[in-house]
Design a protein around this ligand. Structure first.
Ligand SMILES: *Cc1c(COP(=O)(O)O)cnc(C)c1O
Length: 422
């Protein structure tokens, strides 16, 4: 049958423009969304879904937010791209520097991938070193140096995590377990003058949600700085989500560089990276580290992003988001426990995830040891009942300001029945 998705599969690899959308880990075919409004997606098949994916992080103010839409419409009247400096860029840079404590200067890009890629190049240029430390299970976008997984000698070199990534590139990336300071110290001792930077999701949210233990983040920064390496916080997901100033504000920690994306685009393609002026000033045209972008600082995208950030600043919805999310987590916890299924439900603010495990999940190894096969039946039943969770056991769920108390109560009701029926 010539369904829309069949047509997609003929002309788009896997039928999707980003792999997780293909539903491969939960089975079946993805639905196709026609429009989105508030906390709902409306499919081409006429189904209305309560959405906990939030376009994978950006939609903290709900879909098709009226203020953002008005801002984009306003900007549209003036033209879609200028190729010269524009006023939106200045406003956005000031907003970001004000909100994110460690950022003195910032440059706009078009995706989170570009942001982390540029941070890595800049860290290498600044330190004149080549190796990077990353953590297993952290995702930083799809560029070569970070698509690397742990090798057999996990403390030494990484292995390519994708065909097409060269071993040479992987050799410059050291992959370590998260929440393990001894592994980190060892890696620095073995590569002492060679590590340019550590890059991490300070609260990893791309293997499900994993919380840093105790003083892990603080100690990590200390160790890196003792070895004159930089610390790059990839706050593409957590920035403006965990708090306005991201995890660094929440934890009171100052990284050297920060990558941003998702929320700061208000639903349009935007990324940014920034940090200490001393480091950022190495970028072209002032310095020797090249970085550029034809559509970077795009007026439509920044009109959306500025409005998103302004709204978050003015309305400070974080306590309310936390409360709504807590309600969902509580009802999941109760329902799974009544069913006798062991779950871990890590939550911070408007992010939470579900691990089928009977003790806390501290790192990627624990994630892989969890009973992942339990996720897909839960996902499918929830979807049938109109609730859309991320179509993978490794993703984090997002709550938005459009998830009202009513919606949350209905969701809890439905989820309890879904879990009961498993
Ligand atoms: C989504 C994400 C990225 C990649 O951003 P894109 O805009 O998809 O390129 C990088 N880092 C983290 C932590 C992310 O969640």
């Amino acid at each position: 049958m010539d369904t829309l998705f069949n047509r997609a599969k003929k002309r788009i690899p896997g039928g999707v423009n980003s792999p997780v959308r293909a539903f491969r880990s939960v089975g079946g075919e993805p639905f196709i969304t026609e429009r989105a409004e508030g906390c709902h997606l409306y499919t081409t098949e006429g189904q209305k879904l309560t959405d906990f994916v939030g376009t994978w992080g950006p939609a903290i103010l709900g879909h098709n937010n009226p203020e953002i839409r008005a801002a984009v419409n306003g900007a549209l009247e003036k033209g879609t791209s200028f190729g010269t400096p524009n006023p939106y860029e200045v406003t956005m840079a000031e907003l970001i520097c004000e909100a994110v404590p460690s950022i003195e200067k910032v440059r706009m890009v078009n995706s989170g991938t570009e942001a982390t890629m540029s941070c890595i190049r800049l860290a290498r240029g600044f330190t004149q070193r080549e190796k990077i430390i990353k953590f297993e299970g952290c995702y930083h976008g799809h560029h070569d140096s970070l698509l690397v997984k742990a090798g057999s000698g996990a403390l030494t070199f990484g292995n390519p995590d994708s065909a097409g990534v060269t071993e040479g590139t992987a050799r410059d990336t050291v992959v370590l377990p998260y929440n393990d300071l001894d592994a980190l110290k060892n890696a620095f001792e073995q590569n002492s003058e060679e590590i340019a930077a550590i890059i991490l999701e300070p609260i990893p949210a791309n293997m499900g949600l994993v919380m840093p233990e105790g003083n892990y983040l603080k100690n990590l920064v200390e160790i890196a700085h003792n070895f004159s390496a930089l610390v790059i916080f990839d706050e593409v997901m957590s920035g403006f989500r965990v708090a306005l100033g991201g995890v660094q504000e929440w934890a009171g920690i100052t990284p050297d560089l920060t990558a941003l994306g998702k929320i700061i685009g208000g639903g349009l393609p935007v990324g940014a990276f920034g940090g200490r002026a001393e480091i950022m000033d190495l970028l072209a045209p002032d310095g020797p580290v090249y970085q550029a972008g034809t559509l970077s600082g795009n007026p439509l995208a920044l009109a959306a992003g500025i409005t998103a950030v302004n709204t978050l600043q003015n309305e400070s919805p974080y306590a309310k988001l936390d409360e709504m999310t807590q309600m969902i987590v509580d009802c999941l916890s109760e329902a799974f426990s009544a069913k006798g299924i062991a779950v871990q439900l890590p939550q911070i603010g408007s992010m939470f995830s579900i691990f089928f495990a009977d003790s806390a999940v501290r790192n990627f190894e624990d994630v892989m040891a969890s009973e992942r096969h339990r996720f897909s039946p839960f996902f499918s039943e929830a979807l049938k009942k109109g609730i859309f969770f991320p179509p993978s056991a490794f993703e984090t769920c997002f709550v938005s300001t459009a998830h009202t108390q009513d919606v949350v109560e209905q969701t809890c009701d439905t989820l309890s029945r879904v879990i009961q029926s498993l």
